[in-house]
Design a protein around this ligand. Sequence first.
Ligand code: NAD
Length: 202
Amino acid sequence: MAVWGAGAVGQLTAHAASLLGADRVIVMDPQEDRLRMAQRHTDAETVDPRHTDIPAELRERTGGRGPDICVEAVGPAWDGRPRSLAERFIGAAERPPAVREAVHACRKGGTVVVLGEFTGHVDAFPLGAVSAKGLRVRGARQHGAGQVPALLERMARDELRTEHLVTHRLPLEEGARGYALFRDRRDGCVRAVFSPDLPPAG
Ligand SMILES: NC(=O)c1ccc[n+]([C@@H]2O[C@H](COP(=O)([O-])OP(=O)(O)OC[C@H]3O[C@@H](n4cnc5c(N)ncnc54)[C@H](O)[C@@H]3O)[C@@H](O)[C@H]2O)c1
């Protein structure tokens, strides 16, 4: 299985895949700190896409076939410009570079899973390759409520760890700053957690 993106979503996807018996998991991310985190906290192999032809590398690592399952955990490419609600939901098409790469890398008859948050429609989707390769494409967004008891059991057994994803702990008063750190991925922020027990910054 291959995972695009080593944020919290990609890392937990990789870890869950290993827990559920995937033979081999490969995680890709252009951010070195994210790759290091994935190396430390998952059993996945890691690849830096800045120095690699990803579909070729994945074929090479999978005996020429491509991964059985390709998971996109990146989201739309974004130029940093604020988008209006109309743009987000009905207007300009979003660009899905990692979804495209996943479709091209996946083995024939394999499955592409889109976890990234696409809110509207996308252009330049390689439908021809989906059809020619007989791929299954599916998405999932926070439909996990039913899984919470099983996840808590795994956490209690220490099979599933999430502490390392909390890169920032802040008092409630610093909510706006913490959210901005998370939104802009600044200061190595993966997830900010707010706690009323922490004193406000002096
Ligand atoms: N499906 C769900 O239930 C669910 C839940 C939460 C978040 N999301 C969405 O999932 C996506 C990932 O969430 P996150 O919190 O991990 O985000 P994140 O921004 O922290 O992580 C995304 C990672 O993708 C990497 N990346 C960017 N372009 C790439 C490329 N071409 N190839 C490989 N990696 C690339 C970035 O460097 C980054 O580390 C977002 O779109 C988020 O909105 C989905």
